[in-house]
Design a protein around this ligand. Structure first.
Ligand SMILES: Cc1ncc(COP(=O)(O)O)c(C=O)c1O
Length: 400
């Protein structure tokens, strides 16, 4: 035990549950155990080939050096194009900041907006990192429970609002539920935010991934006045399959972005140079590769949704975006598995049983604020998904 007393900030921090499960699956695989892995939060595709070529060229040209703190001007320009595609709004390069992944970008945005004790609202189920990020920034996390459709009502947001409410952190398409916010709901949320002077951090990292005719609408674009009090979040990880390159973007009023660039100059000096050159190429020429990935995800989403719909007792609104399904297993809680004798009290117990008995790896719902659910990622092949879903159905039949 170290004699060093850690700060409360770190001492109470929960490590990412999803990354912990991913690490466990890696260990099992290293031991030679075959696991049907449905945990991935990253596409099972490679980055666009033009991005890899541009990275190699940048290394050969000796460009692996610090860049401008806010990112390379050409990349800020290209990110403005991505922001336009995603939100439908016009952006200039000085309204965009390049960050070391969207995750850190969200932390930076929270650091810039939140005073100690300010409340940050976010609809739940939510990405596992939001509550911890809010706390790291000195804020108070305020989860707002969503309805059956995995969407919040504006009444629930209003009921959770207090004098200390400062920011709404909203994610569409949503990890873990796959919910895509409809425009009418976003308009209501926008009016509530304007009325209460609440800033919006709009995490649109999965914007390119919508399925079955669902259309992404940016929460900050539904009412013109919202823009002045909103920060858009995008990045290269999901739509361009560039997770390890750690490239994210923040978009907002240039006055806020200039301050955020100053913050970044102290935190990171600059985002990684080689990844920036790769991202410029991907944004300019990588779309074709991304479309192939999108159509594969669309087919898998269909396969997963249809299979879950045939399982009695499983409650799963159709995912419309991102690459996850988030079925609820409330009906099965308290039941016992006839083969192992294990009783299921939560989605986490079910995830444990599936890993031990069926070698299927999923993430238990408590990491996302809904303990009776599990998250299934469809960032894996159709054959793995098919087999995993068959085994899941068979396991559920053994619960009584
Ligand atoms: C909802 C959501 N936002 C942001 C991120 C962060 O992405 P990045 O890899 O750019 O840090 C993730 C990654 O899993 C995510 O699921």
């Amino acid at each position: 035990m170290s004699p060093v007393k850690l700060s409360a900030r770190v001492a109470t921090l929960q490590p990412s549950a999803t990354l912990a499960m991913v690490a466990r699956v890696k260990e099992l695989k290293a031991e030679g155990v075959e696991v049907l892995d449905l945990t991935a939060g990253e596409p099972d595709f490679g980055p666009p080939s033009c991005a890899e070529a541009a990275a190699k060229d940048a290394i050969n040209a000796g460009l692996g050096r610090y860049t401008a703190a806010a990112g390379l001007p050409e990349l800020r320009e290209a990110a403005a194009g991505l922001a336009k595609e995603t939100t439908g709004l016009n952006w200039s390069a000085d309204q965009l900041l390049v960050t070391t992944g969207a995750k850190l970008g969200i932390c930076q945005a929270l650091m810039a907006l939140v005073e100690n004790g300010d409340e940050v609202l976010f609809p739940v189920p939510c990405w596992t990192s939001y509550p911890e990020m809010v706390q790291l920034a000195g804020g108070v996390p305020v989860p707002v429970q969503c309805g059956e459709d995995h969407l919040p009502s504006v009444e629930d947001l209003a009921a959770a609002t207090s004098e200390r409410s400062k920011v709404l952190l909203i994610n569409t398409p949503c990890n873990p539920t796959g919910a895509v916010y409809p425009k009418a709901l976003l308009e209501e949320i926008g009016k509530w935010a304007l009325k209460n002077g609440i800033a919006i951090i709009s995490d649109e990292i999965y914007a390119a991934m919508t399925f079955g005719g669902a259309k992404h609408v940016s929460p900050i674009a539904v009412l013109p006045e919202l823009r002045e009090q909103s920060i858009w979040v995008g990045g290269m990880s999901k739509a361009f399959a560039m997770t390890g390159w750690r490239m994210g973007f923040l978009g907002g009023p240039s006055s806020i972005i200039t301050k955020l660039a100053g913050l970044q100059s102290q935190l990171a000096s600059s985002p990684p140079a080689i990844s920036q050159y790769a991202s410029i190429a991907a944004l300019r020429d990588g779309t074709e590769d991304c479309l192939k990935m999108h159509s594969a995800f669309e087919k898998r989403c269909d396969l997963v949704s249809k299979a879950l719909a045939t399982m009695p007792g499983v409650d799963c609104p159709q995912p419309q975006g991102a690459f996850y399904a988030f079925p609820g297993f409330g009906y099965f809680l308290g039941k016992t598995d006839s083969e192992t004798g294990k009783q299921i009290q939560s989605g986490d117990d079910l995830a444990e049983l599936l890993l031990e008995a069926d070698r299927i790896a999923v993430i238990g719902g408590s990491a996302f604020g809904k303990p009776d659910a599990i998250r299934l990622s469809f960032a894996t092949s159709e054959s793995v998904l098919q087999t995993a879903l068959e085994r899941l159905a068979a396991r559920l039949n053994k619960l009584s």
